[in-house]
Design a protein around this ligand. Sequence first.
Ligand code: PMP
Ligand code: GLN
Length: 382
Amino acid sequence: LLGPDGVPAPTVFAEMSALATATGAVNLGQGFPDEDGPAEVLEAAVAAIRQGVNQYPPGRGTPDLRAAISEHQARWYGLDVDPDRQVLVTAGATEALAATLLALVEPGDEVITFEPFYDAYGALIRLAGGIHVTVPLTAPDFLPDEDTLRAAFSDRTRAVLVNTPHNPTGRVLPTEVLSTIVELAEQYDAVVVTDEVYEHLTFDVPHVPIATLPGAAGRTVTISSAGKTFSTTGWKIGWLTAPPALVDAITTVKQFLTFVNGAPFQPAVAAGLRLPDSVFAGIAAELSSKHDLLAAGLRAAGFEVMRPDGGYFVIADAAALGHDDARDFCLRLPELAGVVGVPVSAFVRPDHAAGYRSLVRFAFCKRRSVLEDAAARLAGLT
Ligand code: PMP
Ligand code: GLN
């Protein structure tokens, strides 16, 4: 995980945000919103701080937030989750992923993910001593080949780590694919770990949690985060729901990673999770219209654009503009157009980069004026 000079290599997101800051380019690289989410959520955190909610919260999260998470799973997905035994509050989805993989994976165990994959997956599997097995999602559909998926499972498979809606492609995995994953996990006695941080940010396709499929709940760790839904990425409040024995094992790891986290943000996230359905629908609709704005700008600039089903990101092919190497293109894009994006090759292993070489990920979780500015700048590329 170290760079060639022996110091930690920055993630592609940190690298591209630094490039945007240094050049004054519009930052459509790192996925964070530049507008605040629901005022009720923000005000609840301020009130909690004023009321003195500033010391260590309980290890598994406050009872009220755990109850809100359980209510949320029942209300949206019909899932029955015991707030005392089946919920763990974590420092973002990242800690949920880290604690889960560290709890489950012994050196030499295999963990399957799709590829491209969110950068933390590869790093955490390595930190846990696991072997990372990947199944490609290829443009333009970004769907896995069923035979390749089946062939990825073996007697050494400890876990399959799913991400839907998917970062960076925006694909919501079809229910048939999720069913195949559950069937294979049962056959090979693997745990399903599912990163659903973009669960409320889907456009035309509904989000189906894999834990709702027959046979899945008993072997699934479902991970989410308040950062995405409520535009509070800096708060780092995430959570997981799982069968009690898995939650116990993961809690054992979490207590020595961060112990606890985010006391005053926990009641605020509980308030957010209890907001009416219409608020969640409004958040998704607003993001969908931002997608349309940026996608139109990218198309007008000459990119071939792939439509995401959800999330913060759209993938654009720079080959249509004569740029075959997206990493090189992204490093030059501030100078060429005053915009920053992230090469999709950053989400794949170096030896698998060929199929993704000219693809760029752009974030549209930004103010409309920022997206309009970016579109106008990109228009100068042709
Ligand atoms: N999983 C995915 C797929 C993500 O895109 C992100 C961050 N954008 C995370 C996990 C991390 O979430 P958190 O900030 O809650 O740790
Ligand atoms: N998840 C965000 C992204 O995909 C960034 C988070 C980070 O910088 N680690 O852009």
